[in-house]
Design a protein around this ligand. Structure first.
Ligand code: OGA
Ligand code: MN
Length: 300
């Protein structure tokens, strides 16, 4: 009998779909995987509900898309390589994490694209929910592709070949100087990323911005700061945001190349929140990506 094709139901007018008929705790058949892979290029985020995940299945699924990216906090603070990131307030042993770690993770409450501070920014993130707070703790998503489509032609021309400087130390110290440790300061350097990227499969363009962007190469701060803030505001205008209220067993995959996301905060003293995250390494530095010469006409 042929494998059942997965179903995709939009969850927001601009992007995102809920996927039905897939059990990610088992090895997914090639045909199903290919449908999922194609759907990410189309929808940018995919939600799988009622999954019965564990780390092995999570890692196996992640590796179908490409190379695993090492989790950056452990890597840059302790030099240890791990591929599962712990998101929330619970450590590997089931205990509460330190106040410093909680504070540092509030940096996730600014709109960002995962690992845009790496020379090769992450392609996808996959987040699996094991324990969720009774209230709050949502994650919000917004499409930087839809936002690009809304830009007028002069703005498109202005940003077309610009390079943003992304810097983890810059963004994390916004929540406090002690949100990063000495080792992170030593090893995490600013990197250059294109401000406009293009999906290699569909050809669609998008903005590439977020909290890690410190400056724009060759532009004075007086011009760059409002431009960066304006572009983030365009991506994340309220009607364009999908806010996800997590249920245990939810798994979300999102395309960091063209989606911004942020955590919404929760009462970390009162509730437990335990999510595991993996990332798929990007295909190369964004500055090496090909972008069509011709700027597409603005269509609204
Ligand atoms: C992440 C992230 C936000 C949240 O996992 O990359 O930004 O809501 N999470 O935990
Ligand atoms: Mn994130």
């Amino acid at each position: 009998m042929p494998d059942q094709a997965p179903g995709f139901t939009p969850i927001h007018a601009e992007f995102g779909a809920r996927v039905s008929g897939v059990d990610l705790s088992q090895l997914v058949p090639d045909s199903v995987f290919e449908a999922i892979d194609a759907a990410i290029n189309q929808y940018s985020i995919l939600l799988f509900e009622n999954q019965n995940m564990n780390d092995a299945a999570h890692l196996d699924f992640t590796q179908r898309f490409g190379q695993l990216e090492e989790e950056h906090v452990t890597y840059y603070s302790k030099g240890e390589v791990t591929y599962i990131g712990r998101v929330g307030n619970i450590d590997n042993d089931g205990n509460r994490v330190s106040v410093r770690q909680i504070k540092s993770s509030t940096g996730n409450e600014m709109w960002h694209s995962d690992s845009s501070f790496r020379e090769i920014p992450a392609m996808y993130s996959i987040l699996s929910a094991y324990e969720v707070p009774d209230e709050a703790g949502e994650t919000e998503f917004a499409s930087a592709r839809s936002a690009y489509q809304r830009l007028d032609t002069p703005t498109r021309e202005r940003i077309e070949s610009k390079i943003g400087i992304h810097d983890y130390i810059f963004s994390r110290t916004k929540v406090g100087e002690d949100a990063v440790c000495e080792s992170q300061r030593t090893y995490m350097h600013p990197v250059r990323q294109r401000l406009v990227r293009q999906n290699p499969v569909t050809g669609e363009r998008n903005l590439f911005v977020g909290s890690h962007v410190k400056e724009i190469e060759g532009m004075l701060d007086t011009e760059a700061k409002p431009l960066i803030a304006g572009l983030i505001a365009e991506v994340t205008r309220p009607e364009s945001v999908y806010r996800h209220r997590w249920q245990r067993g939810d798994l979300m995959i999102w395309d960091n190349r063209c989606v911004l996301h942020r955590g919404c905060g929760y009462d970390a003293d009162k509730y437990r929140r335990r999510m595991h995250q993996t990332r798929v390494r990007g295909l190369g530095p964004s500055i090496a990506e090909v972008v069509d010469v011709k700027i597409p006409a603005h269509c609204t």
